[in-house]
Design a protein around this ligand. Structure first.
Ligand code: ZN
Length: 408
């Protein structure tokens, strides 16, 4: 479905600034049988709202096509991810002095890693997760979960069964939701008077600064930043009272949101507004410059890969995150360039990457010692390089593609 108006302020003043062509769904890894069948490619364009500043995709894929029992993203796959989310739960309990037995909901709770942090501090927890596979993993690990999308339809059930909520968290999910008004209305009905919402999402400022265009894919409907978030929260009687930057996923911003005038607004919020203003991330010129750099990046990466191929080198990719598929699809890097991709998530192994159809093997495949390994999950490059020290000891080299292709 084409999206013509701004999800936050409803403005129609939304010119397109980036066109990544047509792309298959980034998490839709294919089985051998599916390779012989037609595959749907959706437009992947980004527009910016000239009124509030929100950046969003020009085309919305129905969520049930992406977040279903086949959804393979598991935030507990990497050590960095596990540590980050467990710590986040503990940090929030400490900072807000949550009383034991306070009730916490995580929206898009995945395999329950974040909630396990809250649980370890004595909180009552509930995950809301539409992907049954992930929710069932969470349940198996003792994290109560409802297999559903978060929406007003759940309010009565949650209030009846559990009572009012002290904290609602949403990490890498707020930007996945088309109807954000519904999210805020639902949160408003569930939260206690001084309850808080903690949102974590990739930060538009870093996306632009570090040329992280591969983090643009159909699951990520919005590219959030502080200015539009502030305006949006006001509409529902809420305000952003603090912002905190996290290094995970190449630059993520954590937004602390509470009811208006409930808490003092931190200087951090004003500082980020100032940086956004100085970096001109809401100017059309800046966004067009970004789009030009994206094209230049594609040329540079392809040049490097083709040069290596011409010299008879064998190249593979390590890790098959959703973002990798934006990169592969946009740059048209297929199995003529990359022999295979390795990945530790068993839901992807044995399948083929969406769009480019590169076979996915488990991590051990790297033992056949290719010359170069392109790190698609560049945000976990340190961890990946460490885990594959045997490969590099035998002379294998890594290519980190973003922000500038480099060989290490
Ligand atoms: Zn807007």
């Amino acid at each position: 479905m084409k999206k013509n108006n701004c999800r936050m302020c409803k403005s129609n003043n939304m010119p397109k600034f980036l066109d990544l062509g047509f792309s298959a769904l980034s998490d839709n890894f294919l089985t051998v049988e599916q390779l012989g069948q037609p595959e749907i490619f959706y437009p992947l364009t980004v527009h910016s709202c000239l009124d509030c500043g929100l950046c969003q995709l020009g085309y919305v894929v129905p969520p049930e096509l992406m977040f279903n029992e086949n959804y393979p993203y598991d935030s507990s796959t990497t050590k960095t991810g596990r540590e980050h989310f467990t710590k986040m739960g503990v940090d929030i309990c400490n900072r807000f002095n949550l009383k034991p037995n306070s009730f916490v909901i995580d929206v898009g709770s995945n395999a329950g890693v974040l909630l396990s942090g809250f649980k370890s501090k004595g909180m009552r927890v509930l995950g809301i997760e539409p992907s049954s596979k992930l929710a069932n993993t969470a349940i198996k690990n003792g994290i109560d979960s409802i297999i559903e999308f978060f929406s007003k339809k759940l309010v009565k059930k949650i209030l009846d069964d559990y009572g009012k909520v002290s904290v609602i968290t949403g990490t890498n999910v707020f930007a996945h939701i088309d109807d954000l008004d519904d999210f805020m209305i639902t949160a408003d009905s569930l939260l206690v008077e001084d309850g808080i919402i903690v949102i974590e999402a990739p930060y538009l400022l870093r996306l632009i600064e570090n040329l992280e265009y591969d983090t643009i894919y159909h699951e990520h409907l919005s590219y959030l930043s502080v200015k539009p978030m502030i305006e949006f929260c006001k509409k529902f009687g809420f305000e952003v009272f603090d912002t905190e930057e996290q290094t995970i996923h190449g630059g993520t911003l954590r937004y602390f949101i509470g009811r208006k005038d409930n808490r003092k607004v931190s200087q951090n919020v004003f500082n980020y507004l100032k940086i956004e203003d100085e970096q001109e991330i809401y100017s059309e010129k800046k966004l067009q410059d970004f789009a030009r750099s994206v094209k230049d990046h594609r040329r540079a990466l392809l040049q490097l890969l083709y040069e290596l191929k011409t010299n008879g080198k064998k190249i593979v990719a390590i890790s098959a995150p959703a973002k990798g598929n934006t990169l592969l699809n946009y740059c048209k890097i297929d199995s003529e360039i990359l022999d295979y991709v390795t990945e530790r998530n068993p839901l992807k192994v044995g399948k083929f990457t969406p769009g480019m159809h590169i076979p996915v093997y488990s991590d051990e495949k790297l033992e056949d010692q290719p010359d170069y390994a392109l790190i698609l999950a560049w945000n976990f490059a340190d961890e990946i390089i460490q885990n594959n020290s045997k490969y590099s000891e035998k002379g294998g080299k890594f290519i980190i593609p973003i922000p500038k292709p480099v060989i290490v």
